[in-house]
Each structure stands twice: as structure tokens, then as C-alpha cells.
Design a protein around this ligand. Structure first.
Ligand SMILES: *[C@@H]1O[C@H](CO)[C@@H](O)[C@H](O)[C@H]1NC(C)=O
Ligand SMILES: *[C@@H]1O[C@H](CO)[C@@H](O)[C@H](O)[C@H]1NC(C)=O
Ligand SMILES: *[C@@H]1O[C@H](CO)[C@@H](O)[C@H](O)[C@H]1NC(C)=O
Ligand SMILES: *[C@@H]1O[C@H](CO)[C@@H](O)[C@H](O)[C@H]1NC(C)=O
Ligand SMILES: *[C@@H]1O[C@H](CO)[C@@H](O)[C@H](O)[C@H]1NC(C)=O
Ligand SMILES: *[C@@H]1O[C@H](CO)[C@@H](O)[C@H](O)[C@H]1NC(C)=O
Ligand SMILES: *[C@@H]1O[C@H](CO)[C@@H](O)[C@H](O)[C@H]1NC(C)=O
Ligand SMILES: *[C@@H]1O[C@H](CO)[C@@H](O)[C@H](O)[C@H]1NC(C)=O
Ligand SMILES: CC(=O)N[C@H]1CO[C@H](CO)[C@@H](O)[C@@H]1O
Length: 884
């Protein structure tokens, strides 16, 4: 946005302060007259239906056609879908604006059978007639969680604007994908999927127009269900949405309890619950772009083992492909037979294997995936009906149109044949924003041109020449027939970090099946690929849980895939921001997520990689990944990094049953595996901006070093007792409720501070080299007592891989008045045992023995805990143990 339009007046803030931002994007369209109720407001079975008409006050000149064509007649549908979810959809009466498609590729909206009654629901809808404005009221405390009063409503074909008031310094979280601090302050969040490695505060790979707010200790959320490009402006006192198409399709969430965890449940009730990973997926992963041949990969696997750093899964980036074409092998460096043998070798050692696949298909008339796709006519098209041909790694490429009726069949065959052949355990789908290195259909008429020099390898002058030519051709190609909108250069341009909308991706004028311009569907492309790829993997093997890791994502993607935060840099700032990014994805319902450990682009250093391994070992998805142009960063390369990695990964493997239990909860309920402190302690305002520590579930607190040269961490601890993971000492002893204690923790280079919440029972294992070996050890319970000498916890057990679980155990542990009780469901019949129990807490020094059935066993005392070892308690039925 460069031009400041005359209709933009930087308005005085609701808080009374004057907005300093000069960028017009921050302002609201004060000249827009808005809408008024026109006719009967109807009470429907679901709620209300309100007809609106443009509030033109005779003066047709102002506030009309601001950035598009004003749509005069609108309908507001208010639906009380559940007690904690309200759907408010403002759409054009004529139903011409594009909606996010329903099943199967977009977003599967749940069918509502019974709407919430006015008595039971926690949300109310209030409105004014002229101009039309509305408030969403959280009933149990009468707070207006969304309030458009005195703020304009603009509804044009290519520009929609709506704002809500928020309190001063509001605790806003979400809106993405963006690399920014967890708590969002004044900023513009642009949503337009984009392949970009490092732009802080700019739009990157995924599209999640969802936020959560914690106000007065209570959480609520709002989703704008839109696949269009948009800017979301968060500024003092206000959030403003500026969207370049579609309708205003909002969902509001307000759990009765007010807890952020219950909000996550309510949100994922709508968008789908996060997928359930297999045990192996929770192990440590390693990958590099730029291994020169397969023996380099084999060497890495060997050296990990020699250094005794657990490695569960070896990955191969696009290097294995023949001229970077999907589903092929480089005959010399990564020959097919050796690639197959590598998988067998890994499996023999209880390890796993994942490779990359891109959506772009080389336009090469002797390359079978291209030939088959062309026969089935599955490619995205140009406005004139020819194939759209962009440029990716293998040169000129076509792009599967996931909406084409043949696309699922086409892609499934390619995926299934490939996985059958190679024996990989999962796929990694990259470049699916989709990324394209040229502008427009630069490969039209250039089939069989082979690999091309990449755009960035030309001189600037040549790049500019290419760009000018591409742009001319794109403009010449023009709009699809019958399309009246300006798809290439909408008047409201959004703050796309890449410039014009079609830069580095498929042109917005290109067509998907049913003549849907890419303009309307762009943000769904990666989501659709993830969905189809997952289903193909299920078809390939119905028994085990599929593994798909995606770069681009949309609302609801977490149901199908995991996500890594992309091509970041080996800088301290990225290490620090990785916590916020992972926390964002927990909120977006993509629990299985993580950043590239040690950083992707640029050269890491020993210290940075050491610190990154320490926290990276605890990312829900934990993988070291490097770029071809950077120095090696395998964790065994430096002594301190190797040492820190062993310590941290061993702690993760010790905690595997705890992680797995959290993933099951996430899959069933929708809660995050990682949680920011403020989501577990929403009443503690001091924690609202803390994104440098994180909780794993409710009970494990990580306080990593994220700054160069630091050997201490200034950590915040909410009320209660917090025990040091390593020494069992109470770092914070009986801190009173609702108070935060700041503690400076020692953190020498190879040490990550970890704390256990007093009151938690944590199921653990003995860490071994692989996840399988770790899981084969007996369980060990850690009971960390609270100030009342009580604790409780949960353990979920199944076979760790079945897609359809047919037997599982769900065990509740409680410890009270010296007695540990295990109760719940005990259906998983395979021999699972508890081998030891450790009690932590001051009062444990008085304990001497544990009585199990008739047998009494002596306890071993350490400084702050007691342990009973050599147990063999069957986890197939309830039991009691008494400590005396
Ligand atoms: C977003 O916030 C950051 C940090 O406060 C700031 O540096 C940046 O300028 C902001 N961006 C915009 C567009 O306001
Ligand atoms: C699907 O593919 C078949 C060839 O397998 C082709 O005949 C048919 O036209 C394709 N369908 C569409 C809608 O393009
Ligand atoms: C086209 O693909 C075939 C098969 O993968 C390959 O052998 C050939 O080198 C490719 N041609 C070009 C020009 O890239
Ligand atoms: C880009 O420019 C170079 C140098 O002028 C030219 O050789 C090349 O074909 C152009 N690439 C594309 C994809 O148009
Ligand atoms: C965007 O498109 C406009 C209109 O063609 C052009 O003037 C401008 O240079 C383009 N911007 C970029 C970053 O390519
Ligand atoms: C990374 O290190 C290599 C080898 O020392 C060097 O050639 C390269 O320029 C470095 N890259 C950056 C971005 O500093
Ligand atoms: C912890 O503090 C509470 C009051 O805040 C007190 O009632 C309780 O006895 C204390 N417990 C211990 C173990 O110190
Ligand atoms: C539990 O397992 C033990 C040993 O594996 C067996 O003896 C016992 O019968 C089992 N109990 C139940 C309730 O299945
Ligand atoms: C653009 C991008 O992917 N940035 C990532 C870089 O690294 C940090 C830390 O790992 C991530 O949080 C960012 O998302």
C-alpha cells in the first residue's frame, strides 16, 4: 500500500489517543455510510435472519465503491450453533460472492441438529437498525466480546471491512501465519499464503484468520471463515478486517468456563480435532537439504549412533530426485535401489524414513506423472483454458488442481505407487502455497525445456527484463471469461510481502475446476494437498496412522497434517520466536508442529545450535533441518551440542508417555500439547506476554536460554510448587495463588531448566536409543506433591500406531493421604507394567515403605524425593499403593 486514499482519515482512537500510524491501512473507512435493516427481522430455527440494505444517504459520492463494487443488499444470518459457539454470516443477498467450499477439500462445517436455546447459550447477539451494527455478548459476565458500534461496515465485491472494539492493551493471540511475538500488538497481519523464509511480521505460508483474547482472566475467540487475502489490523482499541473478496463469515466462541483450554475445545469442535501421531513420530528427526549422496545420509545415521544421540527418523529432502522431479531418483547420487535399501535398514533398527514431495509437476512429455496428469486433465488452467505452467525446482511445471474431479485419483495413484516402492513412513509436502519462481504462466509453450536457471541466479537487470515480460503476458492473458473483478490488481492490494498477489505463486487469474479463479481459493491450496495426500496414505496402508508434514496450511489442517514453521534462519531471533510460532499452531489446532532446529538458512554456531537443540527437543514435532548453502549442523559435530542434545532428547524420551497422553487429549478434545503460561493461568495478567517459556501440557514448564552468551534464565512461575526436573528440589515452594514469582535460574551451556508442577503425576519411561526401545521399558511414575500433599495425572496407552484403535487404556492416577490410586479404563491388554514410583516433595522424607497388596517394599531416599524400584505392577486393572 503506497497511495493514501482520500477516504482514509486517521481516526481518533476509541481510547482517545491519536493514531500515529501514517499508513492508511491502519485507518477505517470513515466515509462509508454502512447498512440499515430493510424489512422484517425473521426469527429462524437457528436464530435470526436480518435483511440489510446500503445506507446511502442520497449523497452517492462518498463511501460508495471504495475499492470495488458496492453490494447493496445483504443478509445477516445469526445461528446459535452450540451453547459456546455463535455463527454470524453477513453475505450478499444474491449469493454471488465466493464462499469457502465445504467438504471435502475446504472445511467441513458440522451439521447442527439442535440449536442452543436462549436459556442455555453463553452468547447473545445484539444489533442496531440504522446503521446496522452488532455486539456479541458473553452472557455469563455480560461482556461484549465483539462490538462493531460506530465502526464502518463495507461490503463490496473486492473489499469488505469490519471492525470490533477491544480494550486497551488487549491480550490478543493468533492471526497467522506470521513470525511475531505471541501477544499481538499494533500491527498489520496479512493473510495470503506465501513462500518466504524470514519476514518477521509479514505473511508467510499458512492462513489462519483466527484469534483468541484473554480478557479479565477469561478467554473468547473469533474466526473469520474466509479463504481470501486480507489484512487484519490490530491497533490500540480495535481490530479491523480488510478482506478482498467473499463474505463476512464469522464464528464466535465463548466457553462457559472461560478457560483458554475450553476455548481450544470449542474452536476445534468446529474446525476438526488435531490428528493423532504414532509413537515414532514423537521421536527425534533429522534432515538436511544438500546431502550430496545417499552415503552422506547413511554416515549421518551412523554418526548419530556413535555419538549416542537418539535418532528416530531420517529424512531426505529434494536431493534424492532426478532433476528435482517428484517420484524419481537421481541415478548416481541417490539410486533407487539404495533409497529402498536405506528404508529397510532404518526399519530393521526400529527407525523411520520420510521424504519430500512437491505439488509442482515437471512439464516434460516423457515424464509419466506429467503424462498421466495431462491425460486426466488435472492441471490448473489459464484463463484461456490452456494449462497454467509456472516454474519450480525442475523448471517449468504444472500444478494439480485439487478441486478437479480427477485430482484425488491422480494424486493417490502417484503417492501410493511411490510409497509402495520406497517404503517410506511418511511424506513431507513442501512448496504448496503454491510456490512458483516466475510470474504467471511463464512456461506456456515451453514443455520439455528441462531445468531452468533459478530466478535469483540472473543478474538484476535480467530479472527485471524477465519480470516485465512475464507481467505483460499475464496482463495480456487477461481475466477468465465473464469475470468482472480486477483479479490481478485489486484496488485494495493487501500488504502482501511479495508485492502483487500473483508474485511467487500461481496467478490469481488462473482457473480451478468449475471456473473458480485462484484469487478465491489461493489460501486453500496447501490444505487441500494435505487432505488428499493423507487420504492417499490411508489407502496405501489402512492400518497405521498416516504421516504428512505440510508447509502451507489453513483453518482445520491440523486434522490431517503436521506443520513445520518453514525455512527459517540460524539466528538467535528465530530461535526466540520459534516458541511463539509453535504456540500459535497449537491454538490453530495443529498440535504436531515445530521449527527447524538449529535454523535452516545461514550458518549456525555451536552455541546457537546447542541452545536450539535444548528447546527443540521438546517441540511437539522435533527435527533438525538445514539448508544446502549452510555449514553442517548435525548435533554430534560439537561436544557441547552433543552433550546438550543427549540430555534434552533423553528428557523428551523419558516423557514420551506424557507427550503421547497429551496428544491423545489433543486429538480427542483439541487442547494444545504446548501451552503458553497465560492459557493455563489466564488470571495472571503478568504472564500475558510471556512467550519465552512454555508448558508442555499443564505440568512441565520449560525455561530455555534464548539469548547469545546467556547462562541464566529469568523465569516466571505461577502459584504453587515447582520442582526442578533434575534435582527434584522445589525451585518455587508454595507460592501463593494468583501470584507470579520471578526466579533467576542457572542454565550453563548444556542445560535447559525444566520444572514439574507440584500436584502432577507424570508417567515416564526409561530413555533408550529409539522410541520403540524406550516404549518397551516399564513405566515409571513421578508423583510431585502439592502443598496439600496431593497429586493427580493421567496415562493413555494404545499400540501407538493403529489408525483405528481397538483397545486402549485410559488411567487416572490420584495421590491423597499417602495413597496412590489407579482407576479408569484398562482395555489395552498387552503386558504393560509400572516398574518404579518416585515421590517428590518435602513431606516425602518421612515416608519409609510402600505397601502393594500384602507386600511392603522399602523406599530409597534421595535429597528431595523417595523412590520405590523393582516393581512389577500390571497396568491392566485398578490398584492402590499405600505409602507410609
Ligand atoms: C509490527 O510490530 C513490530 C514490533 O512491534 C514493529 O517493529 C513493526 O513495525 C510492526 N509492523 C507494522 C506494519 O506496524
Ligand atoms: C478424467 O480423466 C479421464 C481420463 O482418465 C478423462 O477422460 C476425463 O475427461 C477426465 N475428467 C475430467 C472432468 O476432465
Ligand atoms: C524428462 O523426463 C525424463 C523422465 O524422467 C527424463 O529422463 C528427461 O531427462 C526429462 N527431460 C528434460 C528435458 O528434463
Ligand atoms: C530470464 O532471462 C534470461 C536472460 O535474459 C533468459 O535466458 C530466460 O529464458 C528468462 N527466463 C524465463 C523463465 O523467462
Ligand atoms: C505490481 O503491479 C503493478 C501494475 O502492473 C506494477 O506497476 C508493479 O511494479 C508491480 N509490483 C511488483 C512488486 O512487481
Ligand atoms: C557459511 O559458511 C560457509 C563456509 O564457511 C561460507 O562459505 C558461507 O559464506 C557462509 N554463509 C553465510 C551466509 O555466512
Ligand atoms: C502452603 O501455603 C498454604 C497457604 O498459602 C498453607 O495453608 C499450607 O500449609 C502451605 N503448605 C506447605 C506444605 O507449606
Ligand atoms: C493382568 O496381567 C497379568 C499378567 O500379565 C495377568 O496375570 C492378569 O490376569 C491380568 N489381569 C487382567 C484383569 O486382565
Ligand atoms: C518464516 C519462517 O518460517 N520463520 C521461522 C523461522 O524460525 C523461527 C524459529 O524457528 C520460526 O518460528 C519461524 O516461523
Amino acid at each position: 500500500m503506497t497511495k493514501v486514499s482520500f477516504i482514509f482519515v486517521a481516526i481518533a482512537l476509541l481510547s482517545g489517543q491519536v493514531l500515529c500510524q501514517t499508513d492508511a491501512t491502519y485507518a477505517v473507512s470513515t466515509s462509508a455510510p454502512g447498512y440499515k435493516i430493510n424489512g422484517h427481522v425473521e426469527n429462524t430455527e437457528a436464530g435470526l435472519q436480518i435483511p440489510l440494505t446500503f445506507n446511502s444517504n442520497g449523497n452517492k459520492k462518498t463511501g460508495v465503491d471504495i475499492f470495488g463494487k458496492t453490494i447493496k443488499d445483504l443478509v445477516v444470518n445469526v445461528e446459535y450453533e452450540t451453547e459456546e459457539r455463535l455463527h454470524v454470516k453477513i453475505s450478499d443477498k444474491a449469493n454471488k460472492q465466493y464462499l469457502v467450499p465445504d467438504s471435502p477439500l475446504g472445511f467441513e462445517r458440522p451439521k447442527v441438529k439442535h440449536y442452543a436455546s436462549s436459556k442455555d447459550r453463553n452468547l447473545d447477539f445484539q444489533y442496531t437498525a440504522k446503521p446496522f451494527n452488532f455486539k456479541v455478548i458473553r452472557k455469563n459476565d455480560k461482556v461484549a466480546i465483539f462490538d462493531t458500534s460506530n465502526l464502518p461496515l463495507v461490503f463490496e465485491d473486492q473489499y469488505l471491512e469490519l471492525s470490533t472494539k477491544v480494550p486497551k492493551d488487549a491480550n490478543i493471540y493468533g492471526f497467522g501465519e506470521v513470525t511475531a511475538p505471541f501477544k499481538r500488538t499494533t500491527n498489520i497481519t496479512t493473510i495470503w499464503a506465501r513462500d518466504n523464509p524470514d519476514d518477521f511480521y509479514r505473511n508467510i505460508y499458512g492462513a489462519h484468520p483466527y484469534y483468541q483474547e484473554v480478557r479479565d482472566g477469561k478467554a473468547h475467540g473469533a474466526l473469520l471463515m474466509s479463504s481470501h487475502g486480507m489484512d487484519i489490523i490490530t491497533t490500540e482499541g480495535r481490530i479491523t478486517y480488510k478482506v478482498i473478496g467473499g463474505v463476512l463469515d464469522f464464528y464466535f466462541f465463548a466457553p462457559k468456563s472461560g478457560t483458554p483450554n475450553d476455548l481450544s475445545i470449542a474452536y476445534t469442535d468446529l474446525i476438526g480435532k488435531p490428528m493423532m501421531p504414532s509413537h515414532w513420530m514423537l521421536g527425534w528427526h533429522h534432515c538436511r537439504y544438500g546431502y550430496k549422496d545417499i552415503s552422506s545420509v547413511e554416515t549421518v545415521i551412523k554418526k548419530y549412533k556413535e555419538a549416542n544421540i537418539p535418532l528416530q527418523t531420517a529424512w531426505v529432502d529434494i536431493d534424492y530426485m532426478d532433476q528435482t522431479k517428484d517420484f524419481t531418483f537421481d541415478n548416481i547420487k541417490f539410486p533407487r535401489d539404495k533409497m529402498i535399501a536405506l528404508g529397510k535398514q532404518l526399519h530393521k533398527h526400529g527407525q523411520n524414513y520420510v521424504v519430500m514431495v512437491d505439488p509442482a509437476i515437471s512439464a516434460n512429455s516423457t515424464y509419466e506423472p506429467y503424462v498421466r496428469g495431462t491425460e486426466m486433465d488435472v492441471w490448473i488452467k489459464n484463463a484461456d483454458g490452456t494449462d497454467f505452467i509456472g516454474e519450480v525446482w525442475p523448471g517449468f511445471t504444472t500444478f494439480p488442481d485439487w478441486w478437479h474431479p480427477n485430482a484425488t485419483k491422480y494424486w493417490s495413484k502417484e503417492i501410493i505407487d511411490f510409497v509402495d516402492l520406497l517404503g517410506v513412513d511418511g511424506l513431507w509436502v513442501d512448496m504448496n502455497e503454491p510456490a512458483s519462481f516466475c510470474l504467471g504462466s511463464c512456461g506456456t509453450g515451453k514443455i520439455d525445456a528441462g531445468n531452468q536457471p533459478y530466478r535469483w541466479t540472473y543478474t538484476e537487470e535480467e530479472q527485471a527484463q524477465n519480470h516485465t515480460r512475464w507481467e505483460k503476458e499475464l496482463i495480456k492473458m487477461g481475466n477468465p471469461p465473464g469475470e468482472e473483478r480486477n483479479l490481478l490488481y485489486p484496488k485494495y492490494a493487501i500488504n502482501n510481502g511479495g508485492g502483487n498477489l500473483s508474485e511467487f505463486t500461481v496467478a490469481t487469474t488462473a482457473l480451478h475446476y468449475g471456473d473458480i479463479p485462484h484469487y478465491d481459493i489461493h489460501n486453500l491450496y496447501g490444505h487441500a494437498e494435505g487432505y488428499i495426500t493423507r487420504n492417499a496414505l490411508i489407502k496405501q496402508n489402512k492400518k497405521v496412522r498416516p504421516f504428512v508434514l505440510t508447509r502451507s496450511s489453513f483453518v482445520g489442517s491440523g486434522k490431517n497434517v503436521g506443520h513445520w514453521t518453514g525455512d527459517n534462519h540460524s539466528f538467535w531471533s528465530y530461535l526466540k520466536n520459534s516458541l511463539a510460532n509453535v504456540l500459535n499452531f497449537q491454538m490453530f489446532g495443529v498440535s504436531y508442529s515445530g521449527a527447524d532446529v538449529c535454523g535452516f538458512n545461514d550458518n549456525t554456531t555451536e552455541e546457537l545450535c546447542t541452545r536450539w537443540m535444548e528447546i527443540g527437543a521438546f517441540y511437539p514435532f522435533a527435527r533438525n533441518h538445514n539448508n544446502n548453502a549452510a555449514v553442517d549442523q548435525e548435533p554430534y559435530l560439537w561436544e557441547s551440542t552433543a552433550e546438550a542434545s543427549r540430555i534434552a532428547i533423553n528428557a523428551r524420551y523419558t516423557l514420551l508417555p506424557y507427550f503421547y497422553t497429551l496428544f491423545e487429549e489433543s486429538n480427542r478434545l483439541g487442547t494444545g500439547v504446548w501451552r503458553p503460561l497465560i492459557f493455563e493461568y489466564p488470571a495472571y495478567e503478568e504472564l500475558s506476554a510471556n512467550d519465552v517459556q512454555t508448558l508442555v501440557g499443564s505440568d512441565i514448564l520449560l525455561s530455555p536460554v534464548l539469548d547469545e552468551g546467556e547462562t541464566i534464565v529469568k523465569a516466571q512461575f505461577p502459584g504453587g510448587i515447582w520442582y526442578d526436573w533434575y534435582t527434584h528440589e522445589a525451585t518455587v515452594d508454595n507460592q501463593s495463588k494468583n501470584k507470579v514469582k520471578s526466579v533467576t535460574l542457572d542454565a550453563p551451556l548444556t542445560h535447559i531448566p525444566i520444572h514439574i508442577r507440584g500436584g502432577a503425576i507424570i508417567p515416564t519411561k526409561t530413555p533408550k536409543y529409539t522410541v520403540g526401545e524406550t516404549y518397551a521399558t516399564p513405566y515409571k511414575l513421578i508423583i510431585a506433591l502439592d502443598s496439600k500433599n496431593q497429586a493427580n495425572g493421567r496415562l493413555y496407552i494404545d499400540d501407538g500406531e493403529s489408525l483405528n484403535v481397538n483397545s486402549c487404556s485410559d488411567i487416572d492416577f490420584t495421590y491423597k493421604t499417602g495413597k496412590l490410586k489407579a482407576s479408569g479404563k484398562f482395555d489395552y491388554k498387552k503386558a504393560e507394567k509400572i516398574g518404579s514410583i518416585t515421590l517428590i516433595g518435602k513431606s516425602t522424607s518421612k515416608l519409609e515403605s510402600a505397601r502393594i497388596g500384602k507386600k511392603s517394599t522399602k523406599l530409597t531416599h534421595s535429597r528431595n524425593s523417595v523412590t520405590v524400584e523393582g516393581l512389577s505392577i500390571d497396568l491392566n486393572r485398578s490398584f492402590d499403593i499405600e505409602f507410609k
